[in-house]
Design a protein. Structure first.
Length: 326
């Protein structure tokens, strides 16, 4: 009975969140990007930038004149994305660099290579993610949702933080944008079982990883503000978007999704719009610690504002990836 509840409740919570989002999207138009300022001379890293919302983000930032590094673990797909953006005569430069967020060693190698180039870093978009995959572990033994969606971006952000601080200015901050999800509202963070080992639920593991990203965003912003560093960090909720993330839905859900997606899901470009806005809009300069949905600042789950939980998650995360907490 306990096992059934551990699997069933996360499933119900996740799909209830989905229904609420679809109802919102039924009655509300997608956020329309305003005209954004040119970004010439600025450098961005977009994880998972070869497909879906990541690709749309990389493409738009490049069109504004930014030098965009697409970071991903599928080289052929990444190079194809670069070619496609170049064919559109974007004003910026686009390149692909290999990064496997399910490997702490790959993350460290990526950062080492990037730093060796002497480039600045003005924007980091933590976009890559997986959803509802069967129980698997990362190279380092972490539950895959928690390890890739959250811990991988936690380590990447921390290792690039010194570059973001150096590249930012008080009147032109560097920016970190992290892709969360409405499913975080139904997420439960068990500090004693962050790896979902007691009873695995793909729905619960995914929701927990997205909840952890919001807690991480808020705590990091507090640290940046306290140190008066010219860096902001915000979490973004893209809504329900028609991307490959849904490929792991069960067969009945897949069948139900197809007609619903055509009517109510956002396109990848629409889903990426708020992340692009957070990365490049003038009115977002110096604005951090926000949860952004459909182009607006929105209240996230109550638990995300609890400072002791933010601090405890940060401490545990540092231990897991081998970082000193300071």
């Amino acid at each position: 009975m306990l096992w059934l509840l551990s699997v069933l409740l996360p499933f119900v919570r996740l799909y209830l969140c989905g229904v609420k989002v679809l109802l919102y999207q039924l009655f509300n138009r997608s956020f329309t990007l305003p005209v954004l300022p040119k970004q010439n001379g600025r450098v961005a890293i977009v994880t998972g930038g070869a497909r879906g919302m990541g690709f749309e983000t990389a493409r738009h930032l490049a069109s504004l004149g930014m030098h965009v590094v697409i970071a991903g673990n599928e080289e052929e797909e990444g190079l194809a994305a670069v070619r496609k953006i170049h064919e559109e005569d974007s004003e910026g430069k686009v390149e692909f660099v290999f990064l496997d967020l399910a490997s702490l060693e790959s993350i460290r190698q990526f950062v080492q290579k990037f730093k060796a180039r002497g480039l600045p870093l003005h924007v980091l978009v933590n976009n890559a993610g997986i959803m509802l995959v069967p129980e698997r572990k990362t190279e380092d033994g972490f539950e895959l949702h928690f390890g890739l969606n959250y811990l991988g971006h936690f380590l990447l952000t921390n290792l690039l933080l010194d570059m973001l601080k150096k590249s930012g200015k008080q009147d032109c901050c560097s920016r970190i944008i992290t892709m969360s999800s409405a499913t975080h509202y139904g997420g439960i963070l068990d500090m004693d079982d962050l790896q979902s080992r007691t009873c695995y639920s793909a729905h619960g593991a995914y929701s927990q990883s997205k909840l952890a990203l919001v807690l991480f965003t808020y705590y990091l912003q507090e640290k940046l503000t306290a140190g008066r560093f010219p860096v902001t960090t915000n979490a973004v909720d893209p809504g329900m978007v028609d991307t490959a993330l849904y490929d792991n839905l069960c067969s009945p859900a897949q069948a139900a999704k197809k007609p619903v997606a055509k009517l109510l899901f956002r396109t990848p470009a629409e889903g990426a719009s708020t992340a692009i806005y957070a990365a490049a809009a003038s009115e977002m300069d110096g604005v951090g610690g926000c949860y952004l949905y459909n182009g607006q600042k929105t209240q996230s789950a109550d638990i995300t504002y609890e400072a002791d939980i933010q601090a405890e998650l940060w401490k545990r995360s540092c231990e897991l990836v081998g970082l000193q907490e300071a």
